[in-house]
Design a protein around this ligand. Structure first.
Ligand code: ATP
Length: 887
């Protein structure tokens, strides 16, 4: 019952010095003893389970039944081959699955929250798993509580405990000891529970339990990275079903045609099974999974961590990126450059320091400040760090000031109020220090400090202050107003009493330069049909000045402020957003309306966010993007993607990667489908014409599951198309058959099928001794000649499909332009495919098992010549497109 023990008892029981925290050595010892601060891993699927998952599909059952029937009718070698192919394919599937699993594991590591601890007297951020009992943890708004904590300090701390108690209204916490036992979790006010969320204020606590020993550890399971299926995967499952049903229908049709032609029933059954095998792209789901997983890995390298798989696809369709300004478009390295007070602006480098008013400003910005600058480390909000650094430069040391004027009360900054207030003991009185946006502070101001005196703030003065603020903002400076007042009793410590009748001290202007790479990324977005929108809590003029510099906005009317936005109805806003590129002085709530308006106009919106209140807009956006460095845990958990460098340019890279991943998956799918159509055409036409079957089930299985699989995966790994960001975003409604892909699939399927059929007929002609292909007696083909001709068809079908994979690399560019060697995996896959076929045909045992025939050099040349026809055809088609088709 930690809540019933006082702070000293807790500290001594856990053997920790409250001033310095644990030593690193002690942490390591405890880590060994207590284990990492995490929940027990959910059971990873065993290899055996993964293997059986692979086999657990309708198609495999059909194949097993077929193998059984082959076995019964004495076709032992066919039965064995089917089993071997199922086995090999399942093994490939297991390897792919575990690779995908591994990639997702990595993601989980990156996405776990960090915690701020005090160890050896130093405040630092560590991964939450490394927290041990006895650690001193600092919590602030937006952070998840990393372990069960007994609070030793709480300032306006509010924690949302819904994950534990189901109660979604945040509860207020304090550090007072509760003097009775048996208090339910929801009422343990001095305990902060693991996985709950600090929504307001800040606090400090001692870790009392970690990992499985925490309250949530006892009841909950790990927050897992979502493995939702992507829209494409869903569509593919649908397509798989359609193909399955389609192939059964076509198989039945073939069966009956054969039956009425008077063929052997068993023969016809086997041919029908062959057709079903030929029609279904068995490897497709596994290939899509692996390409997605590898794509996600590539994105991590480009500093974008995908939390929700479907986002990878949606990224490719993004047409609007709404980005925060501070830190994402700018460097978040703020430096105070100008101060306005006592009627003049002066640069920080040469301030006029005689008047008491200057001293008060620097005291205020040091005291009303939560940043920490030590020899070792600088932590805190960049705005506050900049203020501290400026004060320090002029000889104001926060540590000394903090001792002199002890902080006794505070109202934390939040982006809704856009200001922060602290109260400090000053002998028997209290100093109230306030800093924030000018719009927030000016209405609360009654006096202005001038020549050491407080004079009434009149409208003329207000005009002047605004004028000076605008001047600074026009120079792209972020402007903060500073004010103070004095009160003499604690009963005044409420927001409405503290934050009124303020004495205005001055303005601080700080520069936050744009990130170097962002301008280029914005231009790149423009080329790619993506509009960049700036959303910021900052002043309208500052925002516009930076937006102009970055190429986001051209004219001032393109900006809209939060208060203007409030006056618009949803319909009006829909119209307004068409011409707005900068939203300034907006609060997180506005962001939701902005996203909705863009979405209502048919856009696919990516939205960035970092704050506690950004979660709703991140969820509302099609792709929610959170900041990995400066973002709160809430924002990260609500996002689809986390940027590990908080950089706008990374979003653009992620969009590019998303487009490429989609394009590559599409290549794999179209490749497999067109190849399979080739098989269907070959078999269907032959049976329809009353000819013997050109291939048997095992031949189709072999090609579908082995020789086709490698090029399909290799296509999924095709290097990024450098022109992908010159295209418009893909419509979210677009199917994989859009843009001529349906026709392409059919055309090449038919071509490959007919070429293989031609090889078959030519084989029959050569080895039945007929006069010409027109005089072949299909009804009485001798077995040896048939096997020979089937081998010709088998080789032509497999090689033409292998070569056809090159056709999918680009819609328009010639192979010479893309570079034959630029996808080494594909080249290797094709070489392996060819090698397998050569071995099969030339090794006597194999060729007996597979019922194929040794081929002569002429046969090989003939088959290869036919197999490269699709490439020649495709190169001609692309050349034609390059000349005559603009898009
Ligand atoms: P963005 O939304 O682009 O990240 P931002 O960081 O300027 O912009 P907020 O952090 O919401 O947005 O800040 C809004 C305004 O609040 C700022 O323009 C500034 O005037 C004021 N402000 C920011 N930080 C502080 C702070 N620590 N204390 C007091 N006022 C602050």
């Amino acid at each position: 019952m930690w809540y019933a023990k006082n702070v000293q008892t807790v500290a001594s029981e856990l053997d920790v010095d409250l001033e310095t925290g644990l030593s690193q050595k002690e942490v390591e010892k405890r880590l060994d003893f207590y284990g990492a601060n995490e929940f027990k891993e959910y059971k990873k699927p065993t290899l055996m389970k993964l293997f059986f998952d692979q086999i657990n599909s309708l198609l495999i059952y059909i194949l097993l039944v077929s193998a059984f029937i082959f076995f019964i009718v004495g076709e032992i070698s066919d039965a064995i081959i089917i089993l071997v192919v199922i086995l090999v394919n399942a093994c490939i599937g297991v390897i792919q699955e575990s690779k995908a699993e591994q990639a997702l594991e990595e993601l989980k590591k990156i996405a776990t929250p960090k915690a701020v601890v005090k160890r050896e007297g130093i405040i630092k951020e560590v991964p939450s798993q490394q927290i041990v009992p006895g650690d001193i943890v600092i919590v602030d708004a937006g952070r998840y509580i990393p372990a069960d904590l007994r609070l030793i300090e709480a300032v306006n701390l509010k924690i949302e405990e819904s994950s534990l108690t189901g109660e979604s209204v945040p509860v207020e916490k304090d550090a007072t000891t509760l003097d009775q036992g048996g208090i339910p979790l929801a009422e343990q006010r001095n305990i902060a529970f693991m996985s709950t969320l600090a929504t307001y204020g800040r606090g400090v606590g001692i870790v009392v339990n970690t990992g499985m020993n925490t309250e949530i550890g006892k009841i909950a399971s790990m927050l897992e990275i979502s493995k939702d299926t992507t829209p494409l995967q869903k569509k593919l499952t649908e397509l798989g079903k359609t193909l399955g049903i389609g192939s059964i229908i076509v198989s039945a049709v073939i069966f009956f045609i054969g039956f009425f032609q008077g063929r052997d029933v068993l023969d016809m059954f086997l041919i029908s099974v062959s057709l079903a095998v030929a029609a279904i792209p068995e490897g497709l789901p596994a290939i899509v999974t692996i390409v997605l997983a590898l794509g996600v890995e590539r994105m991590i390298k480009r500093r974008a961590v995908v939390r929700k798989l479907p986002a990878v696809e949606t990224l490719g369709s993004v047409s609007i990126i709404c980005s925060d300004k501070t830190g994402t478009l700018t460097q978040n390295k703020m430096t105070v450059t100008k101060i306005y007070t006592g009627d003049q602006i002066f640069p920080l480098s040469s301030p006029v320091l005689e008047e008491p008013i200057y001293a008060r400003i620097f005291e205020a910005i040091s005291l009303c400040n939560d940043a920490v600058i030590t020899k070792h480390e600088t932590t805190g909000d960049p705005t506050e760090i900049a203020l501290l650094e400026a004060a320090k430069k002029l000889g104001y040391d926060k540590q000394i000031l903090d001792q002199q004027y002890k902080r006794v009360f505070e109202i934390a900054f939040d982006s809704e109020r856009k200001m922060m207030t602290t109260v400090h003991q000053n002998n028997d009185r209290y100093l109230v220090m306030i800093k924030g946006a000018l719009e927030s502070i000016l209405p609360l101001t009654s006096y202005v400090m001038k020549n050491g005196e407080n004079i009434r703030c009149e409208s003329k003065m207000i005009e002047k202050i605004n004028e000076q603020a605008n001047k600074m903002a026009d120079e792209a400076l972020r402007v903060l107003a500073v004010a103070f007042k004095e009160v003499d009793c604690e009963t005044m410590f409420t927001p409405d009493k503290l934050e009124k009748d303020l004495i205005f001290l001055g303005l601080v202007g700080m520069i936050d330069p744009p990130r170097d790479e962002v301008k280029q990324s914005i231009a790149q977005c423009k080329n790619a049909g993506i509009k960049t929108i700036m959303i910021t809590g900052d002043n309208q003029k500052t925002a516009f000045a930076i937006a102009k510099e970055l190429g986001i906005a051209k004219e001032q009317p393109e900006t809209l402020s939060g208060s203007e936005l409030d006056r618009l109805s949803d319909t009006e806003l829909r119209e307004k957003v068409k011409f707005t590129t900068v939203f300034a002085r907006v609060s997180p709530e506005h962001k939701v309306r902005i996203v909705k308006a863009f979405k209502a106009n048919g856009h696919i919106v990516a939205m960035t966010g970092d704050g506690v209140n950004d979660a709703p807009s991140l969820k509302q956006a099609d792709v929610g993007v959170a900041m990995g460095k400066n973002g709160t845990d809430v924002a990260k958990m609500a996002a689809d993607i986390i940027l590990t460098d908080d950089n706008f340019a990374t979003i653009v890279s992620a969009v590019e990667e998303g487009r490429n991943i989609y394009q590559n998956i599409k290549k794999s799918i179209i490749f497999l489908l067109s190849s399979n159509i080739g098989g269907i055409v070959l078999l269907f036409v032959a049976i329809f014409l009353g000819w013997p079957a050109p291939l048997s089930a095992i031949h189709f299985l072999w090609i579908n599951l082995l020789t086709d699989t490698l090029p399909a995966i290799a296509l999924g790994l095709d290097p990024n198309d450098p022109d992908i960001m010159k295209q418009k975003p893909r419509s979210i409604k677009e199917t994989i058959f859009a843009g001529g892909s349906g026709a392409f699939t059919l055309l090449y399927g038919v071509l490959i099928g007919l070429l293989s059929l031609f090889a078959f007929v030519a084989g029959l002609d050569a080895y039945t001794g007929s006069q010409s292909i027109f005089t072949i007696d299909f009804k009485n083909v001798d077995k040896d000649a048939l096997i020979h001709a089937q081998t010709m068809a088998f080789i032509t079908l497999s090689l033409s499909r292998l070569f056809h994979s090159f056709n999918l690399r680009h819609k328009k560019k010639a192979l010479t332009e893309i570079g034959l060697f630029s996808n080494k995996f594909l080249l290797l896959a094709v070489i392996i495919g060819i090698a397998i076929q050569v071995i099969l045909v030339n090794v006597p045992v194999l060729n007996k098992i597979f019922e194929i025939h040794y081929l002569t050099a002429i046969d090989w040349i003939f088959a290869i010549t036919l197999s490269i026809v699709p490439i020649i055809f495709s190169e001609l088609e692309k050349a034609w497109k390059r000349v005559f088709v603009i898009n």
